[in-house]
Design a protein around this ligand. Structure first.
Ligand SMILES: [Zn+2]
Length: 1002
């Protein structure tokens, strides 16, 4: 770095007068011509990067310095000027100096200089950028024959039989004595017979045909075997004829519990504490916090939370905004907790006590209000921060270490051979263009583009140009950025140039036959262009990176590695370049989304790392072809570009004394032990965290949680979104079970299992997940079975009745299922990245999708939205649900599979498809579109409604006919999780297995 330290003290930035600017010949107005020999160089790569921790206990501190640029596009905004260069200025937002930020344990970054400076972009003469006419850049690599990119519609993996089994080995487990009744007040529970009248069992029991032997033993519905009566609120049980030695399991599959209504947000959480934030923002795996280490360890399931800070709320339920103005935000002096509904006021309103650390704080004069006879502030109802669990504070300047940056979108597009052929370029260019008016942040929004194959192509988008100018850099070893001031432009000012570029982009590379991909060098170039402002980097990758730094090799297809200790290595990046780049990107507030399109191995394990540590997302369209997948890409890219996004964010979850969040799971990078760095985070991202007890015994009765997300809004305001919730401390295991939230538990188990696949064999990951479920059920059984003589019955808590089924579904999910042959490696990795970020509801739907019969509705129903409910209900995910005269939709939130029964009325299929399905063996080529008849309109209306119920992804319909093999197996049958398939158990067998093993120590 020595050669860069002369001249300017720190980051040289973009020179006020770039050395080549004056020397360059006048700009031509020829489209896509460079303005002449461009000089410049890249003096360093990413050497400045410090060692970073990846979701470990801590990460190195923010970058050392930030020096303003004096020229360039940023100056066009009417935002405050940067401080002078001498003032050290990290781009990351830590707590302001002098005012402890999110926690006193995090020192303010100002003045920290422990990291070497960021990579500078200096400009030494290097006249080697050629003039390039519009069109594909010169090919300076040997051309290889074009590789066909045959469209194929397979979004699902094949699912051939695997030899995996469901036989975890279980250590012996000690008997557990019954525990005393809970010492906390119980919330009203619908199953609390003694306290408030008995409520009938859930519909699953009512809907099944009961007989004497195969009964679902809801207490009170059958004669109790022992003194069960007193336990009606406690558990449900299944009668199984599986006493040891019995050959025939007497379990009626119809009686098994199924989550046919999807996710149900827990009520107990808000019933007991009505001031809590809505569960859409925060859910606990159990809202009964164990009071001791011993109780904690008997729970076996994760104790923790799923946080979805920017969850979309319906109209009228949005998070209220509060601006304290010059008074500043009211926070606890000691622990920095934000004022919230659970703080208490005293001393006539002059003091307030922090609910997290119990410190008595002064109420600032401007915030003072008298208390009423009950000790409530008289202005309580006018104070959203005191009357509700979610609030958004407008942050004053102390919460900024530089002015809020404008929203920035930078597109890094691989234009090698298949980009044009597959139609990807055209869809991407048109979609971006169609979204330009809706990009957040007008009129400050910044935009830029970079394309690459074996060379890197920059585009000058300066507003004074009529057409963009293309500059090609072919030196991949020593990347430099030509014309750094005009590669990122203000969208409003350069709109015409951007439009012209997007109009031309597809045709420019339509006939490109270059098969190489200099991805790594291009990524570094994008980083150099973006790193002063930060923002969102969208990567569109069509092939395995093959040239320059970060080049990858074909390593994904070695089946011999599976089942060995090296298996997991395939699922993590091989080249440290990717983690290092991710660390640098996060540090400079750049969030990455990766779009991958190839049907060949692209090493998503490596590419996805860029999204994983920058708060981003991986979109995967294997074998993309625009005629088949175009609509999905259009929708999802548009959603990505226009959804609510929080920029330059950090998040912290505080909680009361005695408990602490110790592990976090999702897409982010840890900046300290508990501060999550999120360069760009949006309304589709959720995070999970695990709680641990710091003391052997909690003496408080309530634990409080507070999630704080500090971010820059698209409009350029610094804000803090705060969600606060309380949960009771309990001393009774039964109470923990009663207050359990299966959705949150499954979210944590999923994330833990996927993470385990990165360090262990798939089999190990599956088994350890299942073992936790099993231990939990066994522990529960031990609580009740012996003293109530429940013998051979399977018993389980009402709150966890779906847990075994979700566990089975997770076992069969794409990231975890089978072995080598059961999912392609990229597909596995992509699914893993996706599932790590999903909110609870979406994850549960992916694990247990809806299956609905629709032919009757199409024939008889009206087009009214609610009429559909009269005709259809969700069905168990099993082939037994499929009638060969029926038409069904399978919807996992990511795609629709539409299944045509063999005996379906030909009128229906003709109306919907315009062909007679019986004479049409292969539906893979049939694309569903609206036809001019009622039935078709009804179906399309239905699909639209399903999509609108969760707008994050676009479900592309795939059609399949009964017995159309292998497509039927691939698309549908392998995903019917209740069936025995691919060497895995069906639901009934699985329950029997769990039951047998849970009994072992009972
Ligand atoms: Zn405090």
């Amino acid at each position: 770095m020595a050669n860069e330290k002369t001249g300017t003290p720190n980051f040289p930035g973009r020179p006020a007068a770039s050395p080549f600017a004056a020397a360059a010949p006048p700009l031509t107005t020829m489209p896509f011509l460079s303005s002449g020999p461009v000089v410049g160089s890249e003096a360093s790569g990413n050497r400045a990067s410090p060692p970073a921790r990846f979701n470990g206990p801590s990460m190195s501190s923010p970058p050392s310095s930030y020096v303003p640029q004096d020229a360039g596009s940023y100056q066009r905004f009417s935002t405050p000027r940067f401080p002078p260069p001498a003032q050290s200025m990290p781009p990351s937002y830590g707590p302001p100096a002098g005012q402890p930020g999110l926690s006193p344990s995090i020192p303010p970054p100002a003045g920290q200089q422990i990291l070497p400076p960021p990579p500078p972009v200096s400009f030494r003469p290097q006249p080697q950028v050629p003039l390039v006419p519009m069109g594909p850049p010169p090919q300076n690599v040997p051309l290889t024959p074009p590789i066909g990119n045959v469209p194929h519609s397979s979004l699902a993996s094949s699912f051939p039989p695997s030899r995996s089994t469901l036989q975890p080995s279980l250590p012996g487990y000690p008997n557990v004595q019954p525990y005393p009744a809970s010492q906390v007040p119980s919330p009203p529970s619908p199953f609390f017979a003694q306290q408030g009248g008995y409520v009938p069992p859930p519909p699953v029991a009512a809907s099944m045909g009961l007989n004497s032997r195969e009964q679902m033993q809801y207490p009170n519905t059958i004669p109790p075997v022992g003194p069960v009566q007193g336990l009606v609120e406690e558990f449900q049980s299944l009668s199984v004829g599986s006493v040891p030695g019995a050959m025939e399991p007497g379990l009626d599959s119809k009686a098994l519990p199924r989550p046919l209504d999807g996710d149900v947000e827990p009520k107990s959480f808000v019933e007991m504490y009505p001031l809590n934030c809505h569960p859409r923002y925060l859910r606990l795996t159990t809202s009964g916090i164990p009071n001791s280490q011993s109780l904690f360890s008997r729970w076996h399931l994760p104790v923790g939370a799923v946080v979805h800070p920017l969850a979309e709320a319906s109209d009228g339920e949005e998070v209220p905004t509060v601006n304290f103005g010059p008074m500043g935000i009211i926070r606890c002096r000691r622990c920095r907790t934000y004022v919230n509904p659970y703080v208490t006021f005293s001393d006539g309103g002059r003091k307030w006590r922090c609910n997290i650390c119990a410190l008595l704080n002064d109420v600032p004069g401007e915030y003072f209000a008298h208390l009423d006879a009950n000790g409530r502030r008289i202005d309580l109802d006018q104070r959203p921060e005191l009357s509700g669990g979610s609030v958004e504070f407008v942050a004053p300047t102390e919460y900024m270490v530089r002015p809020p940056m404008p929203p920035l979108y930078f597109f890094l597009i691989d234009v090698s051979v298949s980009a044009g052929r597959s139609g990807m370029l055209e869809v991407v260019a048109k979609t971006i263009k169609s979204c330009l008016d809706e990009l957040p942040g007008f009129p400050r929004t910044q935009i830029g583009f970079l394309t690459f194959d074996s060379t890197i192509h920059f585009y000058n988008m300066k507003s004074s140009l009529m057409q963009p100018q293309m500059m090609v850099v072919s030196d991949l070893e020593d990347i430099f950025v030509p014309l750094p001031d005009d590669l990122l432009v203000n969208l409003s000012e350069s709109r015409n140039v951007v439009d012209a570029f997007l109009d031309s982009l597809p045709s420019m590379f339509q006939d490109n036959v270059n098969v190489e991909s200099a991805f790594g060098p291009a990524l570094k170039a994008a980083f150099m262009v973006m790193n002063q402002l930060g923002g969102k980097l969208l990567i569109f990758q069509n092939t395995l990176p093959s040239l320059g730094v970060g080049r990858l090799r074909l390593r994904g297809d070695d089946h011999r590695v599976y089942g060995t200790d090296k298996e997991n290595v395939l699922r993590i990046p091989e080249d440290p370049f990717y983690k290092q780049m991710a660390a640098d990107l996060t540090k400079y507030q750049i969030g990455v989304n990766v779009y991958a399109f190839s049907d060949k191995y692209t090493d998503l394990a490596s590419l996805g790392t860029l999204a994983k540590y920058t708060g981003g997302q991986v979109y995967y369209y294997p074998g993309f072809h625009s005629t088949i997948h175009g609509e999905r890409l259009r929708y999802e890219l548009a959603r990505d570009l226009t959804r609510e996004t929080a920029w330059e964010a950090v998040m912290r979850i505080r909680c009361g004394k005695g408990v602490r969040f110790t592990n976090y799971h999702g897409h982010f990078m840890l900046r300290s032990t508990d501060l999550l760095a999120l360069p760009a985070v949006d309304c589709d991202k959720a995070f999970a965290a695990q709680l641990s007890l710091e003391e052997t015994l909690l003496t408080t009765q309530t634990v409080y949680f507070q999630v704080a997300l500090l971010y820059t809004s698209s409009s350029g305001e610094r804000r803090i979104r705060v969600h606060t919730a309380a949960a009771p401390v309990v001393s009774d295991l039964g109470e923990m079970y009663r207050r359990a939230d299966t959705g949150a538990i499954v979210s944590l188990l999923t994330r833990l299992a996927i993470e385990k696949t990165l360090t262990h064999k798939l089999e190990d990951a599956r088994h350890s997940m299942q073992l936790r479920i099993l231990k939990a059920l066994r522990e529960y059984r031990n609580l009740h079975a012996v003293q109530h003589r429940l013998g051979g019955r399977m018993i389980y808590p009402e709150s966890l009745k779906f847990l075994p089924l979700y566990g089975l579904a997770l076992w069969k999910s794409t990231p975890l299922r089978g072995g080598y042959a059961d999912a392609q490696l990229d597909e596995r990795c992509a699914a893993g990245f996706t599932m790590m970020t999903l909110p609870v509801r979406r994850l549960l739907k992916l694990l247990y999708p809806s299956l609905i019969r629709i032919d009757e509705y199409l024939e008889k129903g009206s087009t009214k939205a609610d009429d559909f409910k009269n005709f259809s209900k969700n069905l168990p995910l099993s082939t037994e649900s499929l009638d060969q005269r029926g038409l069904y939709i399978y919807d996992d939130g990511f795609r629709f599979i539409i299944w045509f029964g063999r005996m379906l009325s030909s009128a229906i299929s003709f109306n919907l498809l315009g062909v007679d399905v019986s004479g049409f063996p292969d539906l893979s080529k049939v694309i569903l579109c609206e036809r001019d008849n009622d039935m078709s309109r009804k179906l399309m209306g239905l699909l639209k409604r399903f999509r609108e119920s969760d707008p994050s992804y676009y479900q592309l319909p795939q059609l399949v006919r009964q017995a159309e093999q292998p497509r039927e197996s691939m698309l549908l049958l392998a995903n019917l999780v209740e069936d025995q398939n691919g060497g895995t158990s069906g639901y009934v067998d699985y329950i029997m297995l769990i039951h047998r093993q849970a009994q072992q120590s009972a």
